[in-house]
Write a protein that binds this ligand. Structure first.
Ligand SMILES: CC(=O)SCCNC(=O)CCNC(=O)[C@H](O)C(C)(C)COP(=O)(O)OP(=O)(O)OC[C@H]1O[C@@H](n2cnc3c(N)ncnc32)[C@H](O)[C@@H]1OP(=O)(O)O
Length: 451
């Protein structure tokens, strides 16, 4: 293979080792310009021979390019040249490099190895079967201090398999799931054993993953995790479990205990009770201080009694049988609540002011805030005995003014021939007309309980 430039000035030896500098080993450049020119020439040679190799193997894309070599840390090309008395000839190349591979051994166990690999091998068609391949291969083995059996071969051609069988007696392959071929003796050599990943150990054969995806590699980290999981399972289920990344003691889930109707043993319970006592006392003192008794003392007393009962802390007032469902659709009522200095966030529940004008709400109604119900866009909720939660949109929430048609206390399903009180669908104030001046319909907004 000839080139437009004199390669004998670049390659002084018949076989040259080229790394990612793209300069042959031992090459001395007279100046920086010379070095740059040389790398350009070498890049051209590598690309040309790489393409010839790909064509010889029937590949669509070359395995060997100058860019790949330049960007690689551990790949090396051995280039065979010949001085023909003119500009020289390139006869072939052999590319090797280390790869981190998961391979099966003779027992079908997976091993993680960082193995030296034959990545590309080519001798010009006019010079094949003349022993040049063996010369090049032998030189590489000597330089790298490798033995043939410790090499993994990347998708070898039939010619290369025949070559390896003839010259090195490598015929017994260890079946693999990937494109690499390894031979008997791959794991036997001292060096390949050294190259095995230090933490390579045994395999999980009983796990469903092993059945689906083959044997699994177990390294030290996985083993540590497995033993950690086992040791966690062995722990008795007490109140304090050592869990989580910091290994901090964590109380057992009180929600779980509530769901399964178990006695709660969470220490936070008395604290919560104390807080509720305090809250009730605050409400009581507030009521006493103000002349306008918006909350009767009896209600406060009732509130405190219920707080004193631990079961009431767990049982939501929703399931209580003593309260009725009512609607607080009245804007005045809501405004008055805001002005009555009720603490919406801190108390577990609040009593309604029964003295308000136009208020249809009976005494002992619980008011839930957004945090307690988990419902967004819900400004107020009244719950009672039939375990329903009704919610009322009482203010615009950033997408236009929402219009509520249903009067206070009327169920959504109630209709007369004059009125339809269905307020499930609401629309913006600007949507009164069916279309705008531009002829486009306005957007309609539909309220949904989950908003
Ligand atoms: C990981 C990879 O790189 S896979 C790709 C390997 N490369 C190729 O297939 C490209 C085309 N082939 C070649 O370039 C060369 O044939 C090589 C590199 C495989 C071998 O180089 P050669 O100089 O021919 O090897 P060498 O002369 O030392 O050994 C000859 C032996 O190689 C094998 N061999 C070489 N050419 C052929 C061939 N066309 N058909 C079958 N076996 C062949 C034979 O075992 C042969 O021994 P034999 O002549 O007694 O049958």
């Amino acid at each position: 293979m000839e080139f437009r430039f004199d390669i004998t000035k670049i390659f002084k030896e018949n076989i040259s080792r080229i790394g990612n500098s793209l300069l042959p080993n031992g090459f001395i450049a007279s100046d920086r310009r010379c070095a740059l020119d040389t790398t350009a020439y070498v890049a051209e040679i590598i690309n040309t021979v790489g393409q010839a190799s790909a064509a010889a193997q029937g590949l669509n894309h070359p395995v060997t390019t100058s860019d790949r070599l330049r960007n690689s840390d551990d790949q090396v090309i051995y280039l065979m040249t010949e001085n023909n008395g003119r500009s020289g000839l390139v006869l072939g190349l052999l590319k090797i490099g280390r790869k981190s591979l998961y391979v099966f051994d003779q027992n079908g166990d997976t091993r993680h190895v960082n193995a030296p690999c034959v990545l590309d091998f080519y001798i010009h068609e006019l010079r094949q079967r003349a022993g040049l391949g063996k010369v090049l291969f032998e030189y590489m083995l000597e330089q790298e201090n490798f033995t043939p059996e410790e090499l993994a071969i990347d998708r070898p051609s039939e010619k290369l398999l025949s070559f390896l069988r003839k010259h090195y007696g490598l015929s017994t392959k260890i079946p693999q799931m990937n494109n690499f071929v390894i031979f008997d003796g791959f794991f036997g050599s001292q060096k390949s054993a050294r190259d095995l990943h230090r933490t390579s150990q045994t395999y999980v054969t009983t796990s469903p993953n092993s059945i689906l995806f083959g044997p699994q590699y177990l390294n030290a980290e996985n083993k540590r995790r497995q033993s950690h999981v086992r040791s966690n399972h062995d722990l008795p289920l007490g109140n304090n479990q050592i869990n989580g990344r910091y290994g901090a003691p964590r109380p057992q889930c009180s929600l779980n205990q509530i769901i399964h109707n178990k006695e709660t043993s969470v220490e936070a319970e008395p604290t919560r009770k104390l807080m509720n006592d305090t809250t009730a006392d605050i409400i009581k003192s507030f009521v006493e201080q103000t002349d306008n008794l918006s909350v009767s003392e009896k209600n406060v007393q009732d509130t405190k009694q219920e707080v004193d009962e631990p079961s009431d802390l767990i049982t939501s007032p929703i399931s209580s049988s003593q309260h009725d469902v009512k609607f607080s659709d009245d804007r005045n009522l809501v405004d008055s609540f805001a002005s009555d200095n009720y603490n919406y966030n801190e108390s577990s529940f609040e009593t309604f002011d029964t003295q308000h004008e136009g208020d249809h709400v009976d005494s002992n109604k619980f008011r839930y805030n957004k945090r307690q119900t988990g419902k967004k866009n819900v400004s107020s909720i009244v719950v009672g005995s039939d375990e329903k939660i009704e919610f009322n949109q009482i203010s615009d929430d950033g997408f236009g003014v929402v219009k509520i048609n249903r009067p206070f206390g009327v169920p959504a399903s109630y209709r007369t021939h004059e009125h339809s009180y269905d307020n499930d669908s609401v629309h913006s104030r600007d949507s009164e007309n069916t279309h705008t001046a531009d002829g486009f319909f306005d957007l309609k907004f539909y309220s949904h309980p989950l908003w």
